[in-house]
Design a protein around this ligand. Structure first.
Ligand code: EPU
Length: 436
């Protein structure tokens, strides 16, 4: 288990290339299971979660090949860190996602809809709880049941079966906490191959859902209304090969915006879409961060004084839960009291205790955290507990006085491509300590 050693206090300055979106790439990779022929994807980041999904696709009979980056590729098209990824289904006999893979990556559940629709049966290990909460998959299962799939739970696995073909219908997909992102994608994927029309009411509107719909449309699917709470899908007989570029990672982008803000720095973030971060822009501007954009580049600069704010996480286009911990790190240095409420994952506060070890003053009350800004944070040894909580600790460490050691950074490697190289290139003092 590697650690990061960060000496805080450096102002970050320079240019950062934002990678393709992890949360877009994962369900999109699962959707390629439905295509006849090869799918070529550009901008798939190199991350451990992506490696797990590629491994799973391999076990499900796909041939996956990553090309070397093309030195002649145009920078303006998107990040050129990685070459394209080709996926081709070669063998449809195996339809099982084992617990060993699912337990390392919950997004494995995304293969459920695609393989049920294409192969007629699926066995997926039921994902357990995780550091950010219970994370049930009941809405995925209910949506697929409404399309006609039958399920039973057997030895910790969800076993699904379709007799004949799935049948389109009109359904409500929301749950107690609002819409579900991966549940929407799962049911939307399955509905593309169902008989007749499916209408998903209460669908998630996240850009990652839209990106997956765009790929499916390139494959021949008939989808309308993606990006709104009502998605209409007219089933087709088959999906064909396609080529697609994954959207920029809005969460990585938001994390670097906060990195500029917390170090009183100036960053130029390339290959981003500020439209996907409208609520984040709103809150950061309220804090006093200056943001501007030119084409696909965002310029971030921050004053020394940070205003306290109130923020509530919400489904898109609200403030994303995946940036809640990072904003909290920033507000720890705010000039007054900030209030953060988590509406998507009410228990997602494991970072609070670790930030307090660094001198922050955060008090949790139910799904709300009250952050009393302090003058400075101090370096300490802290432990990464989940992906975004770890990112918050990195941010706090960049601003803290002294040295911070962050243990268990494998959580960060799940979702931030080359984070220490990117941070070092703009002036951060960060090194990875490899465990022997
Ligand atoms: N929910 C249910 N039943 C379900 C599914 C979800 O009750 O069947 C609840 C969840 O417990 C939660 C709410 O609905 O309270 C929303 O969860 P959602 O299903 O939207 O989350 P997800 O699709 O499993 C994705 C991202 C998460 C991100 C959430 C919310 C991926 C791979 N994961 O998860 O990303 O936090 O949407 O935006 O896309 C991360 O990247 O660190 C991460 C956790």
């Amino acid at each position: 288990m590697d650690s990061f050693l960060i000496h805080g206090g450096n102002r970050l300055k320079g240019r950062v290339e934002i990678s393709g979106s992890k949360n877009s790439a994962l369900p999109i990779l699962a959707a390629t299971l439905m295509a006849e022929g090869r799918t070529r994807l550009h901008g798939v980041p190199r991350l451990s979660d992506i490696d797990s999904m590629i491994k799973l696709l391999g076990e499900l009979g796909c041939h996956v090949h990553r090309h070397e980056p093309d030195p002649a590729a145009k920078q303006s098209d998107g990040p050129v860190l990685n070459g394209p990824l080709d996926i081709e289904v070669q063998d449809e006999r195996k339809s099982e996602a084992r617990y060993e893979i699912v337990k390392t990556m919950r997004a494995s559940i995304c293969v459920l809809g695609p393989i049920l629709a294409k192969r007629g049966e699926a066995v997926i290990a039921l994902p357990g709880g995780c550091a950010i909460g219970d994370r049930p998959v009941d809405l995925h299962v209910r949506g697929l049941q409404k399309l006609g799939a039958e399920f039973r739970l057997e030895n910790g696995n969800i076993c699904g079966k379709v007799h004949g073909r799935l049948k389109g219908c009109r359904m409500y997909l929301g749950g107690a906490q609002g819409p579900t992102v991966l549940g929407t994608v799962n049911v939307m994927c399955a509905a593309t191959l169902a008989e007749g029309e499916t209408v998903l009411v209460g669908a998630a509107c996240e850009p990652e859902v839209v990106d997956c719909a765009e790929l499916l449309i390139k494959m021949g699917a008939q989808i309308k209304g993606h990006g709104t709470p009502e998605i209409r899908i007219e089933g087709v007989d088959k999906l064909h090969e396609a080529e697609h570029r994954i959207i920029p990672d809005r969460i990585e982008c938001g994390t670097f915006m906060i990195a500029a803000a917390i170090t009183n720095g100036e960053l130029e973030l390339k290959h981003c879409n500020l439209d996907h971060l409208i609520a984040v822009q709103d809150r950061l501007e309220e804090v006093g961060v200056k943001l501007s954009r030119e084409n696909g580049t965002i310029f971030v600069a921050s004053a020394r004084r940070l205003n306290p704010v109130e923020m509530t996480t919400q489904p898109y286009p609200g403030f994303p839960t995946d940036l809640q911990a990072q904003l909290m790190a920033l507000l720890c240095l705010g000039d007054g009291i900030s209030v953060i409420t988590e509406r998507v994952f009410p228990d997602r506060f494991l970072h609070v205790g670790e930030l307090n070890r660094m001198g922050a003053r955060v008090r949790k009350e139910g799904a709300t955290a009250v952050v009393q800004g302090v003058k400075e944070l101090q370096g300490a040894t802290v432990m990464a507990s989940d992906l975004r909580a770890s990112a918050a600790l990195v941010l706090a460490a960049l601003a803290a006085k002294g040295t911070t050691r962050i243990d268990r950074v494998y959580h960060i490697d799940r979702g931030y491509e080359k984070i220490e190289q990117k941070l070092r290139a703009v002036g951060a003092d960060i090194e990875r300590i490899k465990e022997p």
